[in-house]
Design a protein around this ligand. Structure first.
Ligand code: UT7
Length: 327
């Protein structure tokens, strides 16, 4: 049995928020944002758009690219930190919007690592049970809903979007997913979190006024831990599959900061020319970022059959991981 990626899709909202726009909102400037992060602009969803709207538009594109219908899907997993509601899951709401009436649906919470974790779970479920043949693996975020637009430390970083891959179980021996490694460490919850809005700190008027509904991050500490963790996971999957740095066509790291992406590539001895970056256009879209990049790589014809593509992510939790694909 093998697992193949048979389609990709993505969606980003139309509204573009540039660094120049942000200059008018907080004490920042294009030069600082560009040199410290590599981000030039990001997409922001309007108030009537929920995460499932972003996800379903991306799914419709992915189904078209796979040349199948929504009813052919047995499993929908949405990696997200910005669910539409506490419940039903964003996956169920996406299912209804696209008409995937035969699918089992659930969300997965692993912050910016949500897409890779979802891929890991979907692959395992397809491998384990005959009733799961095709899955939509989705990273979708309306991350702007968690951003304090008065906090220059965070509001310049994030954007909204959704990326999807369709995976299918095949009779063949070859698999698109060669190896994967995931990790978590709950000891560092406070480095990157949204403290309020759950059961630990419900949103009362007082907590709301304190701003506990917004994302907070200790940027430098997260930066260091992100580089170390992504490099460790990438090395593990490269070793396990016997693939060397010079064989990697694309390294697609979670699009958080171009300095992080370069540091990871350099430690893995992967040339910067082989690092896929689109954070200049979309910023950090959390769980959506890898799916967005994979779809862009696919749609622009930047990848050929048989190419090795190394995905790696890091996010709140802490969570991290790497997955090696043969396209
Ligand atoms: O998605 C999950 C994973 N997330 C990440 O991996 C993000 C990791 N962290 C980062 O990417 C970087 O740490 C940031 C981009 C968040 C920050 O960059 P930095 O180089 O670590 O800057 P810093 O936080 O050390 O701040 C340097 C200075 C400070 O001023 P002082 O104290 O040196 O006077 C900040 O107050 O830059 C100031 N600063 C800003 N200045 C202009 C912070 N934000 C801004 C801003 N515009 N937006």
């Amino acid at each position: 049995m093998g697992i193949k990626i048979i389609g990709t899709g993505s969606y980003t909202p139309e509204r573009v928020l540039t660094n120049l726009d942000l200059e008018k909102m907080v004490d920042t400037n294009d030069e600082w944002i560009s040199t410290r992060t590599g981000i030039k602009e990001r997409r922001i969803a309007d108030e009537n758009t929920a995460t499932s709207d972003l996800a379903s538009r991306a799914c419709i594109e992915a189904l078209k690219s796979a040349n199948i219908t929504a009813e052919d899907i047995d499993l929908i997993i949405v990696g997200t930190a910005t669910a539409d509601k506490a419940f039903p899951s964003t996956a169920c709401l996406t299912q209804a919007k696209i008409g995937a009436k035969n699918a089992v649906c659930f969300d997965l919470s692993a912050a910016c690592s949500g897409f890779l974790y979802s891929l890991e779970v979907a692959e395992s479920m397809l491998a384990a049970k005959p009733q799961y043949k095709r899955a939509l693996v989705i990273g979708a975020e309306k991350f702007s809903s968690l951003v304090n637009w008065k906090d220059r430390n965070t509001c310049i970083l994030f954007g909204d979007g959704a990326g999807v891959v369709v995976i299918e179980k095949t009779d063949g021996e070859t698999s698109s997913i060669l190896a994967s490694h995931m990790g978590s460490n709950g000891d560092h919850e406070k480095l990157l979190q949204v403290p309020g809005g759950g059961t630990a700190l419900p949103i009362t008027k007082e907590n709301f006024d304190e701003g506990h509904q917004y994302v907070t991050m200790e940027g430098q500490e997260v930066f260091k831990k992100a580089v170390t963790a992504m490099v460790t996971s990438c090395k593990k999957v490269m070793e396990e599959s016997g693939i060397t740095a010079d064989q990697i066509k694309w390294l697609i790291p979670h699009q958080a900061n171009y300095r992080i992406l370069k540091a990871v590539a350099s430690r893995l001895k992967i040339s910067e020319d082989n690092v896929f970056m689109n954070l200049d256009k979309f910023g950090n879209t959390s769980a959506a970022s890898i799916g967005l990049a994979v779809d862009e790589m696919n749609k622009t014809g930047s990848v050929s059959e048989g190419d090795y593509v190394l995905l790696t992510a890091f996010g709140g939790g802490l969570t991290w991981g790497a997955t090696l694909l043969r396209w």
